[in-house]
Ligand binder design. Sequence first.
Ligand SMILES: *[C@@H]1O[C@H](CO)[C@@H](O)[C@H](O)[C@H]1NC(C)=O
Ligand SMILES: *[C@@H]1O[C@H](CO)[C@@H](O)[C@H](O)[C@H]1NC(C)=O
Ligand SMILES: *[C@@H]1O[C@H](CO)[C@@H](O)[C@H](O)[C@H]1NC(C)=O
Ligand SMILES: *[C@@H]1O[C@H](CO)[C@@H](O)[C@H](O)[C@H]1NC(C)=O
Ligand SMILES: *[C@@H]1O[C@H](CO)[C@@H](O)[C@H](O)[C@H]1NC(C)=O
Length: 805
Amino acid sequence: MSGGCRTLLLVFLSSCTGLSACTGDGRSPCSRCDPQLSCNCSHAGLTRVPMVTDRALSLDLSFNNITTVTDDDLTGHASLRTLDLHGNRLSVIHQSAFDSLWSLEELDLSDNQLAALSQEWFKKLVALQRLNLLNNPYRYLGSPSVFYGLIRLRRLAFGGPALEELRRGDLCGVTQLEELTVHANNLSRYESGTLADIWPLGRVTLSLHRPFLTDGALASAVLADVSYPETPMVLEDLHLTGNPSVQPLRESARRRIRHLSFRNFSASDESIIDLFVVMDGVPLSLLHLEDVTLTGEGRWEKANWTDQKSIDEFFVRNVLVLDVYKFTSFLELKFLLTYPRRVSVINSRVFVMPCQTSQLLVNLQYLDLSDNLLTDLTVAETLCERNKTLEELRVLNMSGNALQSLSTLSRLVAKLTKLTHLDISRNGYSFMPSSCSWPSTLRFLNISRTKLTNISPCLPTSLEVLDLNNNDLSAFTLPLPALRELYLSGNKFLRLPSGQLFPNLQTLTIQSNTLNTFGRSDLKSYRRLQTLQAGQNKFICSCDFVPFLQSQLKGDGDVKLTDGEDGYVCDSPLYLQGEPVGRVRLTVVVCQRVLFVSVSCGLALFACAVVCVLLWRLHVFWYLKMTWAWLNAKRSTRHRQRRNDVEESEALLPFDAFVSYSERDAGWVENFLVPELEEPRETGSRPLTLCLHKRDFLPGQWIVDNIMSAIERSRRTVFVLSENFVQSDWCRYELDFSHFWLFDAGGDAAILILLEPLSKDDVPKRFCKLRKLMSSTTYLEWPQEDEGKEEFWRSLRNALKGEGN
Ligand SMILES: *[C@@H]1O[C@H](CO)[C@@H](O)[C@H](O)[C@H]1NC(C)=O
Ligand SMILES: *[C@@H]1O[C@H](CO)[C@@H](O)[C@H](O)[C@H]1NC(C)=O
Ligand SMILES: *[C@@H]1O[C@H](CO)[C@@H](O)[C@H](O)[C@H]1NC(C)=O
Ligand SMILES: *[C@@H]1O[C@H](CO)[C@@H](O)[C@H](O)[C@H]1NC(C)=O
Ligand SMILES: *[C@@H]1O[C@H](CO)[C@@H](O)[C@H](O)[C@H]1NC(C)=O
């Protein structure tokens, strides 16, 4: 190999490896991008940042096994707005890995293995608004501040199980936030004032498990820096056991916070009492407890001297009471229960709220006891069957309990004279009694997800919103004149209920039923209807329904279908099953059947007529007739021959000649031919017998048969040719049969007489037989002058007498 070749090969090879380097060196592509350029490469088992289109706006790489982000993994992604790397095993991020992400607004690096943060990462992210650094094993944020320069930052979350230290300057550059989340359960050093420069501060969530338990001063310092009256505070993962663990909250109380939430929180009776003591006189309006474990017995009455007048809302969800049987059900909590207007105790295994307790709730307007264990019996106790209670109540939510009797419930709530909203969804009602008593103020009733099978006048006519989703209803015949919204999804309706029942209805939802169809007149009957949701039904895509629905989907008409075109799918006919109605195209064949049939019949008839005319013009009928006659003749000939063989009379041919002539030439035949041949003037010549159709044909027999037998019974056939002959059909038959006879007999059976000069070319082309005969057989010409006539008759007579020569 020459040196030149070798260098060329080397260049080639190196250019190959260079190419593979720039196309990703082992990075797999991810093409799971939607039309909005949002790419979801989550849960894809990736170990490297994949190659994604440069135009991507959002890139989700969460829950992969990515360990590193190199400096060119993300180059070119100048338009990327959201990058999610949550739940990987990231431990290395190159200093300039994010440098090209000028448009990045949201970055999630939570749940990774980043042991240290670098201020280099974020220095070019001028558009960043949300940054999540939670749950990485870094022990401190590091200075200079990693957030320096993030002037747009509005949501920040950092910290994790390893975070030990926060120092002044760590958050330098963070000035105002809508949301701050700090996981600092293991925080052991906090420099006072670290979080104090962030203001305004929208909402702060702190996990301070260990500081609250063991380092009250540290917890106090943190709370002091973030407590403002307008800043809702969420404290997570606290375990309050005794007095010291509650003291840090004094800082918040001093700063008069208004919204305090605890999440994932356990507390003893003592610490709850201490909490109320700490909050004595604080204008706290919302106390929110979620995922709570109460280790005590609910004996909080020791705090009854404290002032909790400002508490307006008391929200509790997912409470676990460790010792349910000793729990006192808040009997002595007048100091706490007299003031709130809203109380929610959700999913907390409440099976009864004693009448005594509900009588304490004199200001209550909103009571949510959803997802508990209430029954008809315990609700009777809760609503104090025989006494007044909850007189101010406007909203009562008992969704998700074990109630079964609508008449019991209606009787119990009838005395709540201000009640407007009642939610008794997800209970065990199966039957609607024929009459009920309700407060006259009731406007909103939710009885969805029960097992109702009927509708009755039990429903109050004052209702404006009625939710009957997910029941077993199939008919609705009750007039509800005030109703504005009706929800009937997930039932068994075959057709829309009549709009006359609901003169004020504006919204109707009837998805997932068994509706086959509905039409303009159905919608017309609803006078005020504005929005309708009727997808996921069993639509019959008829010629009325499809165009109607398509025009509705386009927005024609007063009623808007607001649940998206794709929910409307054909169920039948079979060939359209599963097809979205909006995309169905029904053809004229299906929709205008009568018109289609009549038009196509008309066209077929017209075509037939055209074909017939064509056939007639091309004499096809004549050919067919001929063929048929020929076949017939052939058959009857065979038949006759057989009979003749039997009779052995083949020699007996009664006629010397059959004369075939046109009716127009009858004069010549009768005046000249017949006398000359049958009664010869010349002595010595034998008279010949001629067969003439006029004279010898059997009347009543089919003419073709007659012709056939005439030809057969004659030894010769004489054709008197003339213009007239050519125009006569029958003569042509005769000609044809004689030809076929000639063929069969093999003899010279045909004699042509030319009555007037007629050349072969005067004969139309389709009379090929005649033309053939004229060219193959010599013919006798009828002379115009008298002198030739003697000669003519002699020749003719000779020809007739000649036996096969
Ligand atoms: C990540 O890698 C580990 C082992 O290296 C494996 O067990 C795990 O299933 C991988 N996770 C994903 C999401 O691929
Ligand atoms: C919590 O901090 C201590 C030092 O203060 C450290 O020894 C321990 O490992 C940390 N815990 C976790 C889960 O990182
Ligand atoms: C709840 O808090 C405890 C500490 O009190 C913690 O160990 C646990 O992981 C937390 N649970 C959740 C779901 O955050
Ligand atoms: C009642 O509670 C359920 C479940 O918590 C909720 O979905 C529903 O919206 C509530 N109803 C009212 C009227 O607030
Ligand atoms: C009725 O209750 C169900 C279940 O609790 C809830 O999902 C639904 O939103 C409620 N309906 C209305 C109109 O609020």
